[in-house]
Design a protein around this ligand. Structure first.
Ligand SMILES: Cc1cc2nc3c(=O)[nH]c(=O)nc-3n(C[C@H](O)[C@H](O)[C@H](O)COP(=O)(O)OP(=O)(O)OC[C@H]3O[C@@H](n4cnc5c(N)ncnc54)[C@H](O)[C@@H]3O)c2cc1C
Length: 307
């Protein structure tokens, strides 16, 4: 199929932040062949490419992107016994629901994490305990520089908390994911999906103009970990404390810059209250970052990708 490259496509509607300018060039792709074709097009034009998928963990600059935006959305999936093989652009929630209808699950707690299966693998998305790495058998990826394709085993994906090999190596574009699920009753799977989404709505972490948690939970010095454990009565995991807790402690909950706010319900969400620019978000993030560093000696790092 010949590629349909469009020009000056607004990106804000394709992101959950609903912020940012247009893509100079833009193409919708689903398959590895289409991604390969898009990369060749960008190379021939001598312009950069940027991968955008579900748009739920990105901040697009107000100026837009002088690049070819390769929009990986949609695709095919198939089942082989307990395994699910899905193109990177498949929607995560749709896959969870479809698998559930076949009596395969175990990953229902990931329901409601917006975005694609490819995006989830790249950031090792997780919620309420499980992470996508718990289900990944292998990942097919295409190297944008060499054209090579490779099947990465779970261990080669180098997963850790909100991290994978692909986060450090943006030249590798995820094209397909193979997952192993467990047999489950269809009714239980449906119930777990609904329950998880209700819980997310209750916690105000669903359907907001944000990119999810803006910062990853940072590794903190021992005394900060102890402060957290004493105050919350729970153990810190891997030496990390919740970024939202630090933001609240620093007095930054509800802080605003322009149309951007550190959410009152979930301070680690920077929310577009309407009309926020990417500069508002970046300025607010910078203020939070330096306050946390000054007050607690802890360095925060963005989870959201600043495109
Ligand atoms: C309301 C809300 C709630 C959220 N809750 C959670 C949560 O509970 N847990 C959690 O982990 N996350 C959460 N997130 C963050 C987000 O949903 C996840 O990070 C999601 O997995 C991103 O997938 P995406 O398809 O939207 O990726 P995008 O946002 O489109 O892209 C994110 C990054 O991944 C890269 N990328 C995307 N697809 C590919 C690919 N195929 N190959 C290589 N690179 C790729 C992009 O270039 C970009 O750098 C939440 C976000 C929102 C808005």
């Amino acid at each position: 199929m010949a590629l349909q490259v469009k020009e000056n496509v607004p990106l804000a509607p394709l992101t959950t932040f609903e912020i940012g300018g247009s893509a100079k060039y833009f193409v919708d792709v689903k398959t590895e062949d289409e991604i390969r074709e898009a990369l060749a097009w960008a190379k021939e034009k001598g312009i950069k490419f940027v991968v955008l998928a579900g748009g739920s963990n990105v901040l697009v600059p107000d100026e837009g992107l002088n690049a070819l935006v390769i929009h990986i959305a949609g695709g095919e999936h198939s089942f082989a016994e307990c395994e699910l093989i899905a193109d990177a652009g498949c929607d995560l929630l749709e896959l969870i629901k479809t698998a559930g209808k076949r009596g395969l699950g175990g990953w229902e707690k990931l329901s409601g994490i917006p975005g694609t299966i490819g995006g989830a693998v790249r950031g090792n998305a997780g919620a309420f305990g499980p992470e996508i790495r718990d289900f990944v058998v292998s990942v097919d990826a295409l190297n944008a520089e060499t054209g090579e394709t490779k099947e990465f085993s779970n261990s080669e994906c180098d997963f850790s908390y909100r991290h994978s090999f692909f986060k450090d190596h943006p030249e590798w574009i995820i094209t397909k994911v193979q997952l192993r699920l467990t047999p489950i009753s269809i009714d239980i799977s449906i119930h777990l999906v609904e329950e998880t989404i209700r819980e997310r709505e209750k916690r105000h972490i669903q359907n907001v103009r944000a990119a999810g948690s803006y910062f990853v939970n940072p590794v903190a010095p021992k005394e900060i970990q102890e402060m957290f454990e004493k105050e919350k009565g729970m153990k810190s995991r891997e030496g990390r404390v919740p970024a939202g807790w630090l933001i609240e402690k620093a007095g930054m909950k509800g802080a605003t810059v322009g149309g951007a706010i550190a959410s009152l319900q979930h301070p680690n969400y920077i929310v577009n209250q309407g009309g926020a620019t990417s500069h508002d978000v970046l300025n607010l993030a910078q203020t939070i970052l330096s306050q946390i560093e000054t007050q607690f000696g802890v360095e925060l790092h963005e989870e959201a990708a600043i495109l």
